[in-house]
Write a protein that binds this ligand. Sequence first.
Ligand SMILES: Nc1ncnc2c1ncn2[C@@H]1O[C@H](COP(=O)(O)OP(=O)(O)OP(=O)(O)O)[C@@H](O)[C@H]1O
Length: 265
Amino acid sequence: MSILTIENLSATLAGKRVVDGVSLTVGKGSFTGLIGPNGAGKSTFLRACLGLVPASGMVRLDGVDLAGLRAAERARHLAYLPQERETAWAMSVEAVVALGRLPHHARFAAPSERDRAAIEAAITRMDLSAFRYRAVTSLSGGERARVLIARALAQETPVLLADEPLAGLDPQHQIALMRLFRELAAEGRIIIASMHDLTLAARWCDRLLLLHRGRAHAEGRPEAVLTARTLEDVYTVEAFIGAAAGGLIVQPVDLSQKKDEDDHG
Ligand SMILES: Nc1ncnc2c1ncn2[C@@H]1O[C@H](COP(=O)(O)OP(=O)(O)OP(=O)(O)O)[C@@H](O)[C@H]1O
């Protein structure tokens, strides 16, 4: 039973406390949505979990302190999809996905049967077969995003931390990705993904962590976290929250516009 325990995680950047004492415990099979307004600290929280920014607190996977591991070993535990999708070199899609296997074999070693199977599975899952020999630099933003997700999948880690994986994807691929994350969780992985689409977060995540000014403002099941009051307090928007088959629909609305129309109509 894998359990990821994040205790009192804090990070300070340029003298500002950007992540402030955030704790979260998630077990295998869970898909957690990390939500919060721009600048709330979501990316920094994920990067702090990975040891990519100086942080205090503790991140443990099944009791193992991840900060104490060497980079390659940590990469066998945690895969990370960064927010930045730029790729500098004109490598083929297949070669980029294969980079996900680097933590699993000795430098310069030929890919094993297992490596090849993981690369194939990731390419198929991300619907990239038609692109496999294309240079990543020739792909559209959304296609490139899918390549980087495939690279993280090929890493075959028990934990996947994804920073805005939905950004740049069309609705069909957004839903496919949320379904995939649910499947990966059902296979026993731990998924934490930051996102801004609250309806997708509510429908597909089994829990949400809402960050606000670096702190955990709310955490729990989507219905408990996504209340009109919370959305107003944290996002300073009013929202239509409706129940529909498959989960909540959360639609921020500008109620002042409606009021103006009523007043003048
Ligand atoms: N390298 C840095 N130096 C100084 N401040 C930083 C740095 N990186 C991030 N910040 C600040 O930390 C805060 C949190 O940023 P972060 O990127 O973690 O937010 P976020 O919740 O991911 O936002 P978004 O939804 O806009 O991606 C912001 O105020 C940001 O300006």
